[in-house]
Every structure is written in structure tokens, then in C-alpha cells.
Ligand binder design. Structure first.
Ligand code: FPP
Length: 241
């Protein structure tokens, strides 16, 4: 799509999902501890939130802690928990003032009671905001999300013939939200890593070698400009044929 006068592509993704990878490598390249990379990642999140608002992206889903991340060294796991807690403590009022609606996707029950309480309060406080939805995937796994959905479907006694895509959508953590249009992965890997397995069926995929802490407004603009040039076919034939 041709750029508009403001330099933005005509079609920006409504829902952007990001795998924020490369914090550790960013830190290592600077002889810093891994947690310094995660802290730089949080700083970058601030920039990217601002850019999303500027570009008109309405939903941002970030992969902050996967169910597999529990296997990392204990100090790193504790550090990531502390980062989530301090992000809520320090940033919640500003996020709220900026009209950000915070949501959590994943299993809250795996977190400490204090952290669970803080996350619940943040969700409650921001629930009517409508500038941007920020889904924080924390203790999230795509397969676990499907398992909890199937379990609840069975528990609710849904007859098999009533199980369709709409019904499954309803049982996911992302119930009520449109699927991601674009999924961005930083730091060069080419895999989904158990992220939004159901929801990303038709998402466009963009991978960049840039580490997450360096993935700034200009890099996001590159990603959405690339996205705008794609023809999304959803399994159909090209429009020109
Ligand atoms: C991947 O980099 C990143 C993570 C596992 C954590 C991402 C977390 C943040 C940016 C901070 C948390 C944000 C919130 C909102 C709580 P990596 O450590 O796998 O990097 P590497 O592959 O280079 O080692």
C-alpha cells in the first residue's frame, strides 16, 4: 500500500502481537547481566506503546513470560516477577491516564498472591479505557490455553455439535478480541514458541534480527510498512486472478 502524507501505511494492523526476544543477547553484548536486558526491554515497551498509539494500532499483545520460562535460573525468574511488579507499581497510573486497558492472558494462579492482587487491581482500574488494549501474556502457553479451554467446554457440558471456532474463541484467554493481524518476533528466531497458537492461524509473520531493547519506533514502522504490502488471502486465491 502507498504511504500516506503522514508517512504511515494506509493499512496498519488492528491487533499486533510481539515476541520480545533478545534481551539476554542485548545484555551479553554489553557485558551486562541478563536482567539488565529485561529492564532495557521494559524501557523499550514504553517507546513501543507510544508508537502503537501514534500508528493507530488498537491492541498490543506482548509475550512477557511463557510457561516454559519457569525453567530459567531461579534468579532470572524472580527478576522477571519483580519487573512485572515494579512495572505495575511505577507505570499503572500513567498507563491509565493514557487510556490503556490492561489485560492479562495466561494463568494468574501460578504467580505470588501479592502479584496476583496487583495484576487484578490493574485490570479492574483500567477496564473501561479504550485508547489501546495491552494484553500481557505472563505465565502464558498456547497449548495450556487450549487445554484450559477444552476442559471448561467439557465441564460446561457443551454438546460436540455445538463446538465450532466461535465457541472455542469464547473459551480462550483472548475471548472477545479479534485475532492478531501481525506477529512480530525480534532477535531473528523463526518460531512461534507456543504463543497464540489458535489466534495466529492467519496472522502475518515478521521476523527481524534486531534485539527487543533496540526495536524502536522506526523498526516498528518498518514492520507495519512491510505488513501493509502483503496480500492477506486467508486461504483464498489472489484477488487479481
Ligand atoms: C526474551 O528474551 C524475553 C523474555 C523471556 C522476557 C521479556 C520480558 C520483558 C521485556 C520484561 C517484562 C515485561 C513486562 C510487561 C513484565 P531472552 O531473555 O530470551 O533473550 P535471549 O534469547 O537473547 O537470551
Amino acid at each position: 500500500m502507498a504511504d500516506q502524507a503522514n508517512g504511515l501505511p494506509e493499512h496498519v494492523p488492528y491487533h499486533l502481537a510481539v515476541i520480545m526476544d533478545g534481551n539476554g543477547r542485548w545484555a551479553k553484548a554489553r557485558n551486562l547481566p541478563r536482567l539488565a536486558g529485561h529492564r532495557a526491554g521494559v524501557e523499550n515497551l514504553r517507546r513501543i506503546l507510544r508508537a502503537c498509539s501514534e500508528f493507530g494500532i488498537k491492541i498490543l499483545t506482548i509475550y512477557a513470560f511463557s510457561t516454559e520460562n519457569w525453567g530459567r535460573p531461579e534468579a532470572e525468574v524472580r527478576g522477571l516477577m519483580n519487573i512485572l511488579e515494579s512495572v505495575i507499581d511505577r507505570e499503572l497510573n500513567q498507563l491509565h491516564a493514557n487510556g490503556v486497558q490492561l489485560r492479562h492472558i495466561g494463568e494468574l494462579s501460578g504467580l505470588s498472591p501479592v502479584l496476583q492482587q496487583k495484576v487484578r487491581r490493574a485490570i479492574e482500574l483500567t477496564r473501561n479505557n479504550d485508547q489501546l488494549i495491552l494484553n500481557v501474556a505472563f505465565n502464558y502457553g498456547g497449548r495450556q490455553e487450549l487445554i484450559q479451554a477444552f476442559r471448561r467446554i467439557v465441564k460446561d457440558g457443551i454438546p460436540p455439535e455445538e463446538i465450532d471456532e466461535t465457541l472455542i474463541d469464547y473459551y480462550l484467554y483472548t475471548a472477545g478480541q479479534p485475532d492478531p493481524d501481525l506477529i512480530v518476533r525480534t532477535a531473528g528466531e523463526m518460531r512461534l514458541s507456543n504463543f497464540l497458537l489458535w489466534q495466529c492461524s492467519y496472522a502475518e509473520y515478521y521476523s527481524t534480527p534486531v534485539y527487543w531493547p533496540d526495536f524502536d519506533r522506526e523498526e516498528l514502522l518498518k514492520a507495519i510498512t512491510n505488513y501493509a504490502q502483503r496480500e492477506r488471502r486467508f486461504g483464498l486465491v489472489p484477488q487479481s486472478s
